[in-house]
Every structure is written in C-alpha cells, then in structure tokens.
Design a protein around this ligand. Structure first.
Ligand code: 5GP
Ligand code: MG
Length: 221
C-alpha cells in the first residue's frame, strides 16, 4: 500500500464571510482544496480495496460532510455504517469517551475503512480501534481528513490523511464547537476568544492546551 502524502494547508486568499469574522479567524482549507484532496485520497483507497467489498464505518457527528463527499468519489461496492462517540470534558471525568451508537452491520471477516474527521491525541481512535478489532474484521484501515500529529498521545497510525494541520482549533465542514459551525463549507480556525469566553463559567479541563477548548459535557463529536 502506498498512499499519497498528506498535504499541509497552503496560504489562501479566501476570506471568512463577513457575518462570521468575529468568531472565525481565518480560512485554513477552502472547499476546492478539500475537494481536490478527497479525489486523491479516494484513488488511494480504491487501489487498496480493489476487488473487496468494504464496510465504511464512520464516526458521528463530525464526519458527515467529509464522508458524504468521500464516498461519492469511490466507485467500489461498499456498505456504510456509523459509530456514535462523544468525549466529555468539563462536568465529568476529562477525556472520558461514551459510545452513543453501536454498529449494526456485521464486520467479521470484512475489510473496514474507519473514517473520522480529525485525529488529535488519538484517544478516540485508539478506543474505537480496540472495540472494532474485537468484532473480528479482516483488516481495518484508518482514514481521517485532518491530522494534528504534534498532539498525539496514542500510537495511532492513520493510513489515509487529507491534511496535516498545526495545533489550532478548527471548525467547519462537519467540525463543530458546541454543535455550531458544522455547516461551513470550509475549514476555519476558531478565534480563541470564542471558547475561552464559554469556558470561564465551567470547569477548565487541565489536559487541554490554550489552543484546545475543553469540551462541554453535552458535546458530541
Ligand atoms: P482525540 O481523541 O484524537 O484527541 O480527538 C478526536 C476528536 O476530538 C475528534 O474526532 C474531534 O471530534 C475532536 N477534535 C479534536 N481536535 C479538534 C478541532 O480542532 N476541532 C474540532 N471541532 N474538534 C476537534
Ligand atoms: Mg470526532
């Protein structure tokens, strides 16, 4: 297997829509940059899954846009299923993961493509891999749109990565902060004042750096 290298965001002249400028600092990835990269990722995936029927397992909710665009670039037979997972910060034990939806398809002996929006510490992916691995798939390949490699704690090695990004908190294209911004057609950097303002009244998660907002207890990914 030889996948194309992840891209790093290049400077763009694209501007944040006026109505969002107080909250979103800058555009990190435009819809065109994302679309182009997705086509290359889909080519890599097709090569690796040739002649196999795959089960695409996607983590809710952040993958909605990425998944919808990616699978439409794949001309392979595939089946689609979802796992719901939420991480809880302030209010409950920090970093605690809760599964909110289980798989319905049987993946035993199957080739699985596991899709997530962003790989950060790797805690979520490590837990999901453990859970999925116990179901006996033939193989699992990991595909993420974004990778913050510098933040990794768990030794998770993704097989397909769209973009390697710096340690900034991003929203848009499915990614949220407190359930907002998912509908932006681009990936943008959130102004730190948005999450520092929200956090002053709640317990600060000590594991988060200043560039990482603590998640509210009700946040789903
Ligand atoms: P990890 O368990 O790898 O630390 O975190 C993975 C999850 O945290 C992601 O699936 C995503 O939901 C959330 N996350 C991590 N970094 C960001 C970010 O920059 N923006 C948003 N919106 N979510 C993030
Ligand atoms: Mg997520």
């Amino acid at each position: 297997m030889k996948s194309s290298k992840p891209e790093t965001p290049v400077a763009t002249t694209a501007r944040v829509p006026l109505r969002l400028r107080a909250e979103v600092e800058r555009v990190l990835l435009t819809r065109n940059q994302i679309a182009r990269r997705l086509r290359a990722m889909a080519r890599d995936i097709q090569q690796d899954f040739k002649n196999r029927e795959m089960v695409v397992v996607s983590l809710l909710n952040g993958t909605v846009m990425f998944l919808a665009d990616l699978v439409r670039c794949l001309s392979l037979p595939l089946r689609l299923d979802f796992i719901g997972v939420s991480s809880y910060g302030a209010g409950t034990q920090s970093g605690e993961l809760v599964f909110t939806k289980d798989l319905r398809l049987d993946v035993r002996g199957r080739d699985v493509l596991l899709v997530d929006d962003i790989l950060d510490t790797g805690n979520t992916m490590a837990r999901v891999l453990e859970k999925l691995g116990a179901l006996g798939p033939r193989r699992i390949r990991v595909c993420v749109l974004l990778d913050k490699r510098s933040r990794r704690i768990q030794p998770v090695q993704p097989d397909y990565v769209g973009f390697e990004i710096p340690d900034v908190f991003v929203v848009g294209y499915g990614l949220d902060f407190a359930e907002r911004y998912r509908n932006l057609p681009f990936v943008g950097v959130l102004h730190p004042h948005v999450y520092t303002a929200k956090q002053t009244s709640s317990v600060q998660n000590p594991h988060m750096t200043s560039s990482q907002p603590a998640k509210s207890a009700s946040q789903t990914d």
